[in-house]
Design a protein around this ligand. Structure first.
Ligand code: KG4
Ligand code: ZN
Length: 340
């Protein structure tokens, strides 16, 4: 008897995800997003997100099963994101996961959302080398982590953003530039037509010797907003493409410079870049160039696994099952502000 099929559930923000993994292999997954419903508010509205999860939970689980050619009774364990994230949204996923685990009489595993992002890459590129440095860049997080065995060892936090996350910076500046939500993909798109040397935006905290792996993006956001305001008062059309390309360059420069330094300083030869911002074309390009120059192996999961999804949660569940980890008790709660 091999290891069981693990169903993973993700509902920490605006994506309802379900994925099925066994023995490190992705069998199927499905996703529903409430992103469009938040667009006119310029950001995720927690109440709308929670309601959308209630609506999507059942259909998404069924779609994931269908895509894998499996039935409900094939599920041997359930893994679910318990935090960090929006509390109402997390509660819907956890309640649904508990219901399934109870009805199917299978073990339930609570998963940290960021561990999910890290594990996403294993579904494409196999087990992670021990140790590796992971750069997590999303709408809610920007962190550099030292990862050993995901199922057994705690993740070591090398550095974190002291204010905004990189994705948040993209999303907020996009709004100021008059680009649609979510801003990251929009900035990436228009930046292709722009000159990345057009505006000399700051490279925050690159000189911080006492905090070499810390990030700050709030000042960059303000600098971009000020630049836009200034150009607008001077009259004429805002050169959005140049602004976007220059902002993207500043973010990509800071992220990749610090990530490569973290690898070098810790004698680590593999860098993994995960989270929604890992989808950014310039972040990918600069990471590739700098890793190649430093002799570091770069791993970036495919785009569909970079943003929030259920497969990444199933991947952690599968690692936990195979490591013989203790399942969560049935009274496990969400932990919206879970520390790393
Ligand atoms: O990981 P994710 O789906 O959700 C969490 O925040 O956990 O990341 C979403 C973030 C958003 O801020 C979005 O604007 C950003 O990832 N993003 C991008 C790109 N695609 C998504 N940022 C820059 N360039 C992109 N191509
Ligand atoms: Zn995420």
């Amino acid at each position: 008897m091999g290891s069981p099929v693990v169903l993973g559930i993700e509902s920490s923000c605006d994506e309802t995800g379900a994925g099925l993994v066994r023995d490190g292999r992705l069998l199927g997954h499905a996703l529903a997003s409430s992103m469009d419903e938040h667009a006119r508010f310029g950001g995720v509205v927690p109440e709308i997100a929670a309601r959308a999860h209630v609506h999507s939970f059942g259909p998404v689980v069924q779609q994931a099963l269908d895509s894998a050619g499996l039935r409900m009774s094939d599920i041997g364990a359930v893994a679910v994101t318990t935090g960090p994230g929006l509390s109402g949204a997390l509660q819907v996923g956890l309640a649904g996961a508990k219901g399934l685990a109870y009805a199917l009489d299978v073990p339930l595993y609570g998963v940290h959302h960021l561990a999910g992002h890290v594990a996403a890459d294993t579904l494409e590129h196999g087990p992670l080398p021990d140790p590796c440095v992971v750069l997590i860049v999303s709408g809610g997080h920007t962190s550099l982590l030292l990862v050993r065995d995901l199922a057994r060892d705690p993740i070591v936090h090398l550095g974190d953003t002291v204010d905004d996350a990189a994705g948040e910076c993209f999303d907020k500046v996009a709004r100021v530039f008059g680009l649609p939500y979510p801003g990251g993909p929009a900035i990436d798109r228009v930046a292709r037509e722009g000159d990345r040397r057009a505006v000399a935006f700051p490279r925050p905290m690159t000189g911080a010797r006492d905090a070499p792996y810390a990030f700050s993006f709030s000042g960059l956001k303000t600098a971009a907003a000020r630049w836009a305001e200034q150009r607008r008062t001077e009259g004429g059309e805002l050169p959005v493409a140049d602004g976007a390309a220059s902002l993207q360059e500043a973010v990509a420069d800071v992220l990749t410079r610090k990530a490569v330094a973290a690898c070098r300083d810790h004698g680590v030869s593999t860098l993994v870049v995960v989270g929604g911002v890992a989808a950014n074309s310039r972040v990918r390009e600069l990471a590739e160039q700098r890793c190649r120059a430093a002799g570091i192996t770069l791993r970036v999961p495919p785009l569909r696994l970079c943003t929030d999804n259920g497969a990444m949660i199933a991947a952690v569940g599968d690692l936990l099952v195979r490591a013989g980890a203790e399942p969560a008790p049935m009274d496990v709660s969400i932990d919206p502000s879970a520390p790393l």
